[in-house]
Write a protein of this length. Structure first.
Length: 296
């Protein structure tokens, strides 16, 4: 072969090599997003066979749709289009593939928070096993424990506390998990939180204590549990209201009876000069007003 012919062949091989390399480079750049979209679609269809096949091909688990949802979020049932649907099997598969467990959620907060809100106990456990941070907050500074407590899910509360969830971390308005549980009357959760070191004297931004919140909602058994934990029955909020006034305002007869039986001051006045009796009258709670008058 002549030198000229050899040079032509060599240049042709180099050009072919560059073309092939460029094509491969372009394919690799395009493949991941395309696989990521397919992964998200397969997850929405709950097609576990296709999901596993795509993961084996290196599909991007961080691919997001227009709402900012990843396949992991969809599998956990925590995306706007997918609320209520969840697959523990797929969640575990994505976590094994290295999906980001604490990626910001499109609706605020974290995937763990949303798993707790929807009472997905085993999905929450899987996320925590993958080192999800239980103390990350949503835009209102609420943690997963805050929602578990308010939802009354004792199993989730225990799980989160076992994984080092901060028991006294408050939301932006100063509400603690204990206060959230107290207001909803979730006695078992209240007892769990108190045993874990929750502060029975914690108050929100308005000075409302857990005890006052329980009184307002008529949760007599919670009042008893908080009293055993040395909660202050005579505490006042920023307006000077007491737990008894709260109960009277809301028309909670049984709570008023319990509070009076345990030494609450029926004549205490707030900064406006109102008492439990004036609240009961003003709110139209006639039977309760009669009881407060006749029981003096």
């Amino acid at each position: 072969m002549s030198r000229v012919a050899f040079a032509r062949v060599t240049r042709g091989a180099m050009v072919l090599s560059i073309v092939v390399s460029t094509a491969c480079w372009c394919t690799s750049i395009e493949a991941k997003p395309n696989l990521g979209k397919k992964l998200l679609d397969a997850t929405r269809k709950a097609d576990s066979t296709q999901v596993l096949a795509l993961l084996a091909q290196g599909a991007d688990t961080q691919y997001e749709d227009e709402d900012g949802c990843t396949a992991l979020m969809v599998a956990a049932g925590g995306c706007p289009k997918d609320h209520g649907s969840a697959s523990l099997e797929l969640v575990r598969a994505f976590l094994r593939a290295g999906a980001a467990v604490d990626a910001p959620h499109p609706e605020g907060g974290t995937l763990l928070i949303h798993a707790v809100v929807f009472d997905h106990v085993e999905i929450a456990r899987a996320l925590l096993d993958a080192h999800a941070d239980p103390n990350l907050r949503d835009p209102d500074e609420r943690t997963a424990l805050f929602f578990a407590a308010g939802g009354g899910n004792a199993e989730l509360v225990r799980l989160l506390l076992d994984r080092k969830a901060a028991v006294n971390m408050k939301s932006s308005d100063g509400t603690s998990p204990l206060q959230n549980a107290s207001g909803k009357g979730h006695l078992e959760v209240v007892q769990i939180l108190l045993k874990a070191g929750a502060d029975p004297a914690s108050a929100d931004a308005h000075g409302q204590t857990c005890f006052m919140t329980a009184a307002y909602n008529g949760a007599v058994d919670v009042l008893a549990a908080l009293s055993e934990a040395k909660a202050d029955m005579s505490a006042r909020d920023v307006a000077g209201n007491t737990a008894l006034m709260n109960a009277a305002y809301a028309g909670q007869l049984d709570a008023c009876k319990w509070l009076l039986d345990h030494g609450a001051d029926r004549n205490a006045q707030n900064k406006q000069g109102q008492t439990a009796l004036t609240y009961a009258r003003d709110r139209g709670h006639k039977y309760l007003a009669h009881y407060l008058e006749s029981s003096q």
